[in-house]
Design a protein around this ligand. Sequence first.
Ligand code: CAA
Length: 379
Amino acid sequence: MHFELSEEQQMIRQAARDFAQNELKPGVIERDEHQKFPSEQVKSMGELGFLGMMVDPKYNGGGMDTVSYTLVMEELSKVDASASVVVSVNNSLVCYGLEKYGTEEQKEKYLKPLAAGEQIGAFCLSEPEAGSDATSQQTTAEDKGDYYLLNGTKNWITNGSTASTYLVIAQTHKELKHKGINAFIVEKGTPGFTVGPKENKLGIRGSDTHSLMFNDVKVPKENRIGEDGFGFKFAMKTLEGGRIGIAAQALGIAAGAYELALAYAKERKAFGKPIADHQAIAFKLADMATQIEAARLLVHKAAWLKDQGLSYTVEGSMAKLFASKVAMDVTVEAVQIHGGYGFVKEYHVERLMRDAKITQIYEGTSEIQKLVISRSVLA
Ligand code: CAA
């Protein structure tokens, strides 16, 4: 067992760190304030290869491993979780799902531009009445012979208006319950497909979250992913990898807040010395550093398992459960260490604290992760 990163992994991490500091940090406060999607930055991330990192180079991907992907997610999320969620969804949910389960034609047509970062994708599972209970899909996909007719509404869709390619989960054979669910590739602009207004969110305000409406949308049969009825398994398998990405995002949010708090604690003086020299603050920093390191180990272990082709269902859920709790705890402490300054936007930590919360909610709430883990330990 060894814990060292390869030279290549260290280089990728450095590239992401530089990009985050030089390209994401300027303007991040304004984008958060005005809910502005980081369009230019996403374009640059595509050029850097961050949007299709793990995809085979023959489909325009970077051919990198999952550990490298978590390193990039951590570095980007230290600064801008609204930008990093685009990276996470595009890599883990959309590109992975298409590469692993798509046909050759689907990969040629849809995966290639997504992996090259020329387009971005969205993953559409959640519904007004089906969030955690994902088997209860109300969106229907009626089999009409050479096409499916899609009707229904999806909620909370990341990249909702900026995506070009949408992976949509819908019920085809209601009587078969989850075994009757399918996954489809739906193109933006297909008649009957409309995007609802942007959500006004607590955190990751720069990210583009919308509801989507499907009203008699014709989806060609060749756009179904996998066999008839494979849609629920497709969603579950894809989300397993997604959870590693979000765990890395949570880790990055925590680490970003910690780094700011550490620097501030060394500079800020109170009672005649830097506040870091007061044990009350020093012990907080020690706890934060320990929590972050533990989260990082879980994230890297889950990513490593995936890279080895081993099962990572439980480890991915553990990483997400733990790292998202660390993100909440550490960001709250980072605000506390900053005192009054922590409560104003210029110091960044209040944004990281708001951004942290979503990591306990999307791609499966903490309760869902506990469900997955407890089923495994009780089996
Ligand atoms: N891999 C493969 N198959 C799986 C699986 C997995 N990880 N998990 C479940 N399944 C299969 C089961 O084997 C079962 O199949 P069979 O009937 O053939 O045996 C089937 O799926 C149903 O499984 P369960 O009986 O366990 O279903 P359940 O309803 O009790 O629980 C759940 C499933 C784990 C709770 C699931 O519904 C779930 O993960 N819910 C959370 C959904 C979620 O994460 N939503 C996030 C939205 S996407 C998002 O946030 C993206 C974004 O924009 C950022």
